[in-house]
Design a protein around this ligand. Structure first.
Ligand SMILES: Cc1ncc(C[n+]2csc(CCOP(=O)(O)OP(=O)(O)O)c2C)c(N)n1
Length: 626
C-alpha cells in the first residue's frame, strides 16, 4: 500500500513538519493502514481506531520520547507504534520474534511504561513526575486511560495521590462508553449522566471554551458550593480530587485536539481532559460491533469474517465447556452466582447473563473487589464462582488470602487462560497461579488434563467447603463428549495412572499430559495424571518412588514454587532417594508467539520433554549394562 503522507512518517519529529491538511490526510491514511495491518495479523483493532486522532495530536504537541506518554493497558497502542519507528514491523505484530501487541519498554524508548493490565497509567505518571522533580527534569507526563480503565480502584488511588501532590500530570480520559463489553459501574453512570445533562452542549463548545481560557468548572463549582447536590456538573468529581477538569470534547476532531493539547501543555498541576471517542471509528463493522472487533483473528476486510484456516470440525474451547457447565449447574443450584471482572465474553458468561441476570455480576475491571465481593456472598451461604483469567487473578492475591482463605470461605475460582496464552505475551501469561495459590492452607487446586475432568473438578470445587480453584488453558479442548447430567465429583487429591512403564515416572499437572504420553510411549515410561496440585497424591508419589528411578514432574506453571516443588518437598520429607526432575516454565520472561511455538521454545513440546530426560535415560542404560 502506498500513502502520500504516512510514507513520509518514520518518527514523531516528521509529524511536527505537517500542516493541517497533511495532518488530516495522515489520520485517514493511518486508519486505513491500521485496518489493513490488523486484518492480516489479527490483534486489537477497535480501541486503536478510536485513538487515531489522539495519538497524532499527542505526538504533534508533545516532545516524545523526552515527554512521557503512558497508555493504559496498551491495547490501543498500535497507532502509537506505527508513528514511532515501528511501521515496517507491524506485519510481525504479536508473532514470535516480532513486535509486541502491548507497550514494552524493552522494545522502544517511546514506550515510556510497559502495560497489558489495566489502570496502571496514572500511578506510573505520578511516579515519573515525582522522579522528574528529583532529577530536575522538565519533561511533560501524560497518562491516557479509558472509561473502562477508570473502573479500577487503582486509578482512584493514583488520582487521590496526584491531587494531593499537585502532580504536574495531564490525564486524558478516553471515554467511548465501552470496556470490552458495555462499561459498567457508578462512575460510568456518572460520566453518562454528565453527557446527557444540560451541559451536553459543552461537547461541541468544550474545546472553544478551553481555548478561550474560560475555566467553566471552576466557576460552576463555586456557584454550587455547599448545595445543589444533584446538579450534574461535568468533572466535579475530578475537581474534588484536585484535578482541573477540561471537556468533554470531541476526540475525533484532530485540529481542535491539537489546539487543546497545546493549551493544556502550557498549564501546570493535575489536569484531566475528557475526550469522547467512538470505539472502532472509521471501520463500519467495528463501529457497529465493537465487542467483536475489540480483538480479532485475521479477517476479510470486506466481509469482516475471520479467515482462520479451516481445520475441519472445530472443537469447543475450555471456556465453552466451562460456560456449558456453569449454565447447567446454575439451573439446579439457585445459590450459585457468577462474577466476572469485565470479561463477560472472554470468560464465557454471555449465556449465563441472559439466563440468570439476577445472579450475574460484572464488577468492572476490579479483580480485587471481585474476590472480596465473592467472600461477602459466601458469608451468607451463596456460592460464588469467580470466572477470572490467571493473569488478572494476580491482582487480587491479598484478597484471596485475607478475605477468602483466612476466613475459610467457600469460593470457587474458575481460572481461565492458565499456562501459555500465546500472542498477548508476557503481561498475559497464566504461569504463576499454582505457585501463588499453593502456599495457602486448605486450598484445593485442580489441574484438569481434559474437559471431562474439568467439569468434574468444577463440580468438586462447587461442593468443597473452602477455597477451590480449577485452572484450564486457552484454546480448544480435546473434543471429548461431555454429558453434564452424568458429571460426578472427583475424590480430592486422587491422581490417575494413565500409562504403566518402567524406570521413569512422569507426574503431570494439566493438559501437557498428552504430550507427555507421546514421550512415554517412546521410552516406555509411566505417566500419572496428578489432577491435583494441592493436595498432591502422596500415596501415589510414594508408590512411584518405589518402582522408578527417576521422577519427572511436568506442568505449565513456573518451576519456581510450582506443583513440581510440592512433589520435591514431599520426597525430601520422606527421605526418599529418587532422582527428581522438574519440567515447567523456566525462570525467565516468556514473550509472545503462538502457543505451540512458545511451548517448543521453552522445551515443553515432545522433543523438548524427551531431550530433558535423555541424560537420565542414558544413565539408566549404562547402569543396566554395567
Ligand atoms: C487488570 C485487567 N483486567 C482485565 C483486562 C482485560 N481488558 C483489556 S482491555 C479491557 C477494556 C478496557 O476498556 P477501556 O479502558 O475503556 O478501553 P477501550 O477498549 O474502551 O478503548 C479489558 C477489561 C486487563 N487488560 N487488565
Amino acid at each position: 500500500m502506498k500513502f502520500k503522507v504516512l510514507d513520509k512518517i518514520e518518527y514523531p519529529s516528521d509529524i511536527k513538519k505537517l500542516d493541517d491538511r497533511e495532518l488530516i490526510a495522515l489520520s485517514k491514511e493511518l486508519r486505513e493502514f491500521l485496518i489493513d495491518t490488523v486484518s492480516k495479523t489479527g490483534g486489537h483493532l477497535a480501541a486503536g481506531l478510536g485513538t487515531i486522532e489522539l495519538t497524532i495530536a499527542l505526538h504533534k504537541v508533545f516532545d516524545t520520547p523526552k515527554d512521557k506518554l503512558i497508555w493504559d493497558i496498551g491495547h490501543q497502542c498500535y497507532p502509537h507504534k506505527i508513528l514511532t519507528g515501528r511501521k515496517d514491523k507491524m506485519k510481525t505484530l504479536r508473532m514470535k520474534d516480532g513486535i509486541s501487541g502491548f507497550l514494552k519498554r524493552q522494545e522502544s524508548e517511546y514506550d515510556s511504561f510497559g502495560a497489558g493490565h489495566s489502570s496502571t497509567s496514572i500511578s506510573a505518571a505520578v511516579g515519573i513526575d515525582q522522579a522528574n522533580i528529583i532529577n530536575k527534569d522538565d519533561a511533560d507526563v501524560v497518562a491516557i486511560i479509558g472509561d473502562g480503565g477508570l473502573t479500577a480502584g487503582m486509578a482512584y488511588e493514583a488520582l487521590c495521590h496526584a491531587g494531593d501532590l499537585k502532580s504536574n500530570i495531564l490525564v486524558i480520559l478516553n471515554d467511548n462508553d465501552m470496556s470490552i463489553s458495555p462499561n459498567v459501574g457508578a462512575i460510568h453512570n456518572y460520566l453518562t449522566k454528565m453527557l446527557t445533562s444540560k451541559t451536553l452542549k459543552n461537547i461541541k463548545d468544550g474545546s472553544k471554551k478551553v481555548l478561550s481560557k474560560i475555566k467553566p468548572i471552576e466557576n460552576l463549582a463555586r456557584r454550587v458550593e455547599g448545595g445543589a447536590k444533584n446538579l450534574i456538573t461535568p468533572g466535579l468529581l475530578f475537581e474534588e480530587l484536585g484535578f482541573k477538569y477540561y471537556g468533554p470534547v470531541d476526540g475525533h476532531d484532530l485540529l481542535d485536539t491539537i489546539k487543546l493539547l497545546k493549551n493544556l501543555k502550557a498549564r501546570k498541576g493535575p489536569r484531566l481532559l475528557h475526550i469522547l471517542t467512538k470505539k472502532g471509528k472509521g471501520y463500519k463493522l467495528a463501529e457497529q460491533n465493537p465487542i467483536t472487533y475489540h480483538g480479532v483473528t485475521p479477517f476479510n476486510l470486506k466481509t469482516g469474517k475471520s479467515v482462520k484456516k479451516n481445520t475441519g470440525i472445530k472443537k469447543p474451547t475450555y471456556t465453552n465447556i466451562f460456560s456449558d457447565w456453569l449454565n447447567w449447574t446454575a439451573e439446579n443450584n439457585s445459590k450459585l452466582v457468577a462474577i466476572t471482572p469485565a470479561m463477560r465474553e472472554g470468560s464465557g458468561l454471555v449465556e449465563f447473563e441472559k439466563k440468570f441476570p439476577e445472579r450475574y455480576f460484572d464488577v468492572g475491571i476490579a479483580e480485587q473487589h471481585a474476590i472480596t465481593f465473592a467472600a461477602g456472598l459466601a458469608c451468607e451461604n451463596i456460592k460464588p464462582v469467580v470466572a477470572i483469567y490467571s493473569t488478572f487473578l494476580q491482582r487480587a492475591l491479598d484478597q484471596v488470602i485475607h478475605d477468602v482463605a483466612v476466613q475459610e470461605l467457600d469460593v470457587l475460582l474458575a481460572i481461565d487462560r492458565a499456562g501459555i496464552v500465546g500472542a498477548d505475551g508476557e503481561t498475559h501469561q497464566g504461569i504463576y497461579d499454582i505457585s501463588y495459590l499453593r502456599m495457602l492452607p486448605n486450598v484445593v487446586i485442580m489441574t484438569p488434563s481434559n474437559e471431562k475432568d474439568m467439569t468434574r473438578m468444577l463440580s468438586t470445587g462447587l461442593e468443597y467447603k473452602g477455597l477451590a480453584a480449577v485452572r484450564y488453558p486457552r484454546g480448544e479442548s480435546r473434543g471429548l463428549s461431555v454429558e453434564l447430567s452424568e458429571i460426578e465429583p472427583i475424590d480430592i487429591g486422587r491422581s490417575k495412572t494413565v500409562r504403566h512403564g518402567k524406570d521413569i515416572a512422569f507426574l503431570v499437572f494439566g493438559t501437557l499430559l498428552h504430550t507427555v504420553i507421546d514421550v512415554a510411549e517412546t521410552i516406555n515410561a509411566t505417566v500419572v495424571d496428578m489432577r491435583f496440585a494441592k493436595p498432591i497424591d502422596e500415596e501415589k508419589i510414594s508408590l512411584m518412588c518405589k518402582n522408578h528411578q527417576l521422577i519427572v514432574t511436568v506442568e505449565d506453571n513456573v518451576v519456581s514454587g510450582g506443583a513440581g516443588s510440592s512433589v520435591n518437598e514431599f520426597i525430601l520429607s520422606q527421605k526418599l532417594k529418587n532422582n527428581i526432575k522438574n519440567i515447567g516454565i523456566p525462570d525467565e520472561l516468556i514473550g509472545h508467539g503462538n502457543q505451540d511455538e512458545i511451548l517448543a521454545d521453552i522445551n515443553l513440546d515432545y522433543n523438548g520433554i524427551l531431550e530433558s530426560v535423555k541424560d537420565h535415560i542414558d544413565m539408566i542404560d549404562l547402569k543396566e549394562k554395567a
